[in-house]
Design a binder for this molecule. Structure first.
Ligand code: ATP
Length: 278
């Protein structure tokens, strides 16, 4: 029995002598025309902390390194990926399945906003329908060959993230948090959920960590001293990144130009993704 045993035998993948229940396998197969090598989930404890921004930036970096890249926007009720890439066309389909929409640089994207008639239509669905839609983005979308798929997860640790973790083989998670969250329990909850689902936490990103003065270049930690190093150490997460509050990033998202962002803040996560450890 592992030291981290949660006694949740139905969701545990290890075959140990203490097993009391059969493992229930909820894994869904991707579309037969999809060949997806690595799946990275981007999660946050709560909404609005920059999860979609980090998902978009990591996808842009992998694409810049010439990998076949895809984004599955699992944030069904608040999809923001199409907007940051300036995607307004609708996804098309055939009798074989649905086709993702390509961004200007060739990143494949599927999001509910690419399917609804109006981008502003609210999605007033209950949890199981939302979770079912995410599953369909995995099973019914013809993704083709993908080296890295990033999943922009819905915030929190509820119904939908649980279904995604159970039905899609996620290779690793990147947790995005604001400086305030890093002093509370929200990040701890996300780390604990990852452990319970047996998914490794690859990296921790502190978004809106600091502001750089445009005149003198000095960094100001407006939310107080950063706690990311201590939290990463506590949970044994070796890769961290700090993203400043940068009006250029907000403007790039708003104008659909995130593919043009300039900055090396997430380069060490990129290195990790390309390394043998992944
Ligand atoms: N470091 C940053 N600098 C400037 N603007 C930022 C930064 N991070 C996020 N933003 C802006 O804050 C807003 C929220 O970010 P984003 O949509 O990525 O958050 P989220 O965690 O995905 O939210 P939700 O879960 O509600 O979808 C966006 O308008 C984004 O452009």
């Amino acid at each position: 029995m592992s030291e981290e045993c949660t006694h949740e035998c139905s969701t545990c993948g290890s075959s140990c002598s203490e097993r009391t229940q059969e493992q229930t396998n909820f894994r869904e197969k991707p579309h037969e025309l999809s060949n997806i090598k690595k799946v990275i989930g981007v999660v946050s404890g709560k909404g609005g902390v920059g999860k979609s921004l980090v998902t978009s930036m990591l996808a842009v970096l992998t694409k810049r390194s010439n990998y076949q890249t895809a984004i599955l926007d699992a944030d069904i009720t608040g999809p923001s990926i199409p907007k940051s890439f300036g995607l307004h066309e609708k996804a098309s389909g055939s009798e074989l399945g649905l086709y993702p929409v390509k961004t200007k640089t060739g990143i494949s994207v599927m999001s509910l906003n690419l399917l609804t008639e109006n981008e502003t239509d609210p999605v007033i669905w209950r949890g199981p329908i939302i979770a079912g839609t995410v599953k369909q983005f995995w099973t019914d979308v013809i993704w083709g060959d993908v080296d890295y798929m990033f999943i922009d997860m819905p915030p929190g640790t509820g119904d939908v993230p649980l279904t995604v973790f159970q039905s899609i083989p996620v290779d690793g998670l990147i947790i995005v948090a604001s400086p305030q969250e890093l002093v509370g329990m929200i990040v701890e909850k996300a780390v604990n959920m990852a452990q319970m689902m047996h998914i490794p936490v690859l990296a921790l990103v502190e978004n809106m960590s600091y502001v750089t003065c445009p005149d003198c270049g000095k960094e100001y930690y407006v939310f107080g001293e950063s706690h990311i190093d201590a939290i990463a150490k506590k949970f044994g997460i070796s890769t961290i990144a700090k993203l400043p509050i940068d009006p250029k990033l907000a403007a790039a998202c708003d104008s659909g130009m995130i593919e043009l962002f300039d900055g090396n803040w997430l380069n060490n996560i990129m290195k990790l993704l390309e390394s043998e450890e992944m």
